[in-house]
Ligand binder design. Structure first.
Ligand SMILES: [Zn+2]
Length: 338
């Protein structure tokens, strides 16, 4: 008898669920309405004011009678708690404002903003959104003992160095390398007479490319030609084009100035940790170009068909992307550990 009661209760629960599900479907069929997909909006529309401890979005994003909720999950484990913050409409600013005073100083939060209509149905989402209450220099490294292998919790386990090969801290430009030449040139000292040109390039004889060409079919640098292996030692190495794709696919980017140096801060969507890539420019001949405006970072891999180019991670205001560049140019290297 007792078992029968449980069974009846279980059936009741199951039936209720079925009813709720089917009723919902009926409603859609009757009214002819379809499930409206939730629109995803770029995080760049969010204004974050860490000093005043508030974030805001334009009021026009929120439907009449709707609401906006910011969910914040701390990237550190321990006492810091996750929270939901309901936005309130600020008449003067014509914005929905989220009060961040409950954020713990020095912590990075992985956030999302969900926007609901009058019926309480989600219509828009802004995600991922990373809000850090620490200053950016402190976010990047745990201490001053550079280089660090920064764990961004990337899916393939790749860790990225906190600073360029030849640099002593994250915003340092470091050395400049032609692709496949493991000896770097420091513009402040040994750069001197070095001329980054196709005709001084070690793997070009004036007519053809003598290594990493269509004869040897090498499309990845050997260790002795790998600047990170040579200058930092294993397990450090140069990133492959897949490592660059992995990095770009799992981070958000922000153009910042770190201690007076322009560059891109890449912050993990997974754990909130960051690396900074300075806009170190590049060398052609003896002239540095685009310093403070763009950055050119070699991969260990070379584009298949065109011998003249090798893969790169490029940065500039508003973007990082994977591209390719002339092998003889003088560019930066940021090492990884696989
Ligand atoms: Zn570091």
């Amino acid at each position: 008898m007792k078992h029968f009661k449980y069974l009846a209760a279980l059936l009741l629960v199951l039936c209720t669920n079925v009813c709720i599900i089917s009723c919902g479907d009926d409603e859609d069929e009757n009214t002819g309405t379809q499930e409206v997909p939730v629109e995803t909006i770029s995080e760049s529309i969010v204004s974050v004011d860490v000093d005043n401890k508030e974030a805001s979005i334009p009021a026009s994003l929120v439907p009449e009678g709707g609401k906006a909720v910011l969910t914040a999950t701390p990237s550190v484990k321990g006492d810091v708690v996750a929270m939901n913050i309901v936005g309130s409409y600020d008449v003067t600013k014509k914005k929905f404002v989220f009060d961040l005073t409950a954020f713990v100083p020095g912590v990075t939060y992985l956030c999302a903003i969900s926007i609901y209509n009058l019926m309480g149905r989600p219509v828009k989402t802004i995600s991922p959104l990373v809000i850090s209450t620490a200053n950016e220099a402190a976010v990047i490294c745990p201490n001053a003992a550079h280089p660090h292998a920064i764990n961004l919790d990337l899916p393939r386990g790749t860790r990225w160095a906190c600073c360029n090969v030849g640099a002593l801290y994250p915003e340092g430009y470091g050395y400049y390398f032609s692709w496949g030449i493991a000896d770097g040139h420091d513009p402040l000292s040994t750069q001197g007479g070095y001329y980054f040109d196709r005709f001084t390039y070690k793997w070009y004889n004036g007519l053809t490319y003598t290594k990493y060409n269509s004869t040897d079919r090498l499309d990845k640098l050997e260790d002795q030609d790998n600047a990170a292996v040579k200058m930092m030692g294993q397990p450090w190495s140069m990133p492959t084009r897949n490592d660059i794709d992995e990095l770009l696919g799992n981070t958000i980017h922000k153009w910042i100035t770190l201690n007076d140096v322009n560059g891109v801060l890449l912050t993990s969507k997974i754990n909130g940790q960051s690396i900074f890539l300075p806009a170190a420019g590049n060398y052609e001949g003896i002239a540095i170009k685009e310093l403070g405006r763009f950055g050119y970072y070699w991969a260990s891999t070379r584009l298949g068909s065109d011998l003249r180019y090798a893969d790169q991670l490029n940065i500039g205001p508003g973007y990082p992307l994977r591209d390719s560049f002339w092998r003889y140019y003088g560019c930066s290297v940021r090492a990884v550990i696989h």
